[in-house]
Design a binder for this molecule. Structure first.
Ligand code: TRP
Length: 455
């Protein structure tokens, strides 16, 4: 569908569709396995309070900036800056976003592929009777296998591409509208199972009890970094989605709702994971080990574990999928509008080229494990460069653009729908966008060079 007339651009058809798609982007692997352990390690409840403050004070204003840039320009993330700041270098921000999309999707699809393998294993009852050591050995032999993880990664990329290919309304909106409510219901089901286990309160305490002495400068930075990654801000993902939002949509309300949904699911993920972990006397290991080794071990001993393991890996797969489609759409929208490709061609070219990069990320755990640059594997480099450099600088430049270049009247028009709705917080929002957000994000951006694995 190659049309370049913005009045005929594909777009979201309903308010719920906008929320499902944007929350679908935000809710992902970042919420389900990253948030819980980062919160647990960095002061539990104390981290949570900081995290909430960052979501409210910085996340929502940045999200509104991205939506406004997108809706104002009616363009993809690269084209948006060309339209709003002609003959300037601002489109470099859009280009950075597209590069970030390549990098994120390449390594994200590796982990997404693992979730599908584990879904299949869960269905096949593969965890039962195995010790933690055996499950650990299973995970490493799978991740380093010559072709199995590649097949699942390709499968996931094809699934992502099929939805993106169908378009914004008939693909992204249609599927996220179905998948997001399912996700919520399933998470609540697993939460109930988890908090009714014996000694569940130890896990809840780990997540919620504020340990102020665990708060360090580093954990403040972690909270901001996690908030940014989790909300999908900083690479124009929400600029692209913003360009599909109708003119009468209240962008403040939408941003608030999306951020609330994202935060709710992050917290529920903690409630789903920690009571179970503590109930069975495990330590909350971080990263891949928690989800791919500790949890399978718990599932096989827990009453109803077989069914809950299937639900858990299914919901992880769904959460990843609604995020990967949003990242692929960034590249596809840019290819359609900037390179004048059809949606079909753009999707195939984008998905295929990202997959090639993705192969290197996946092989980092096997054949290419010894191939390192500055001591990091391809997977680590893609993760590090996209999150620590491209996203933080992207978010910084986006707020500077909105606050200082877009012009207050354009932003006002977007936030109030041409003056037709009241926005009593407008002055505060502008103040945050101009001063508070740039300073806060700037601090993270600079600090991320010095603190390893910040985001
Ligand atoms: N927010 C998603 C998560 O938590 C990941 C993601 C999707 C993302 N699109 C993004 C992160 C754009 C940064 C920018 O898993």
């Amino acid at each position: 569908m190659a049309n370049f007339d913005s009045s005929q651009r594909d777009g979201f058809s309903s308010k719920f569709g906008v929320i499902a798609a944007a929350a679908g982007s935000a809710v992902g692997l970042g919420n389900i396995w990253r948030f819980p352990y980062v919160a647990g390690e960095n002061g539990g409840g104390a981290f949570l309070l900081m995290y909430l403050a960052f979501i409210l004070l910085i996340g929502i204003p940045v999200m509104m900036s991205e939506f406004s840039i997108g809706r104002r320009s009616q363009k993809n993330t690269f084209g948006a800056f060309k339209v709003l700041a002609p003959k300037s270098r601002w489109s470099i921000v859009g280009l950075m976003g597209i590069i970030a999309a390549f990098a994120i999707l390449a390594f994200y699809s590796t982990v997404a592929g693992w979730t599908v393998e584990y879904l299949v294993n869960a269905i096949g009852d593969q965890f039962s009777g195995k010790s933690k050591e055996e499950l650990g050995a299973d995970f490493s032999s799978f991740a380093s296998h010559d072709y199995k993880p590649l097949i699942w990664q390709m499968f996931f990329m094809i699934l992502t591409a099929v939805i993106v290919l169908a378009g914004v309304k008939k693909g992204i909106e249609k599927y996220t509208k179905i998948l997001m409510p399912i996700l919520l219901v399933l998470i609540i089901a697993v939460c109930i199972r988890s908090i009714t286990l014996p000694n569940a309160s130890a896990g809840l305490k780990y997540l919620f009890y504020p340990v102020w002495s665990d708060i360090t400068f580093n954990s403040v930075l972690m909270a901001l970094g996690q908030a940014a990654f989790s909300l999908s801000i900083g690479m124009g993902c929400l600029i692209t989605y913003g360009s599909y939002i109708k003119k009468d949509n209240n962008l403040f309300k939408t941003s608030f709702q999306v951020a609330s949904a994202d935060t709710l699911i992050a917290i529920l993920s903690g409630v789903m994971i920690f009571p179970a972990v503590f109930s069975f006397g495990f330590q909350p290991d971080k990263g891949p080990d928690l989800v791919f080794i500790v949890l399978p071990n718990i599932f096989q001993t827990m009453p109803g574990g077989y069914i809950f393991s299937i639900i858990f890996f299914f919901l992880l797969t769904v959460a990843a999928l609604t995020s990967t489609i949003s990242v692929l759409e960034v590249v596809v929208a840019a290819f359609i509008e900037e390179l004048k490709m059809s949606r079909k061609k753009a999707t195939i070219v984008a998905a295929a080229s990202i997959s090639i990069l993705g192969v290197f990320a996946t092989l980092s755990f096997g054949q290419m494990g010894d191939f390192t640059i500055f001591g990091k594997t391809v997977f680590d480099i893609l993760n590090y460069v996209s999150a620590n450099i491209l996203l933080t600088f992207g978010a910084l430049l986006i707020v500077i653009f909105t606050g200082w270049r877009l012009g207050k009247s354009h932003f006002y028009d977007e936030v109030t729908n041409q003056g037709s709705i009241k926005q009593p917080l407008f002055k505060i929002i502008v103040f945050i966008i101009r001063y508070i957000a740039p300073v806060a994000i700037g601090t993270v951006a600079i600090a991320s060079f010095f603190v390893k694995d910040l985001l």
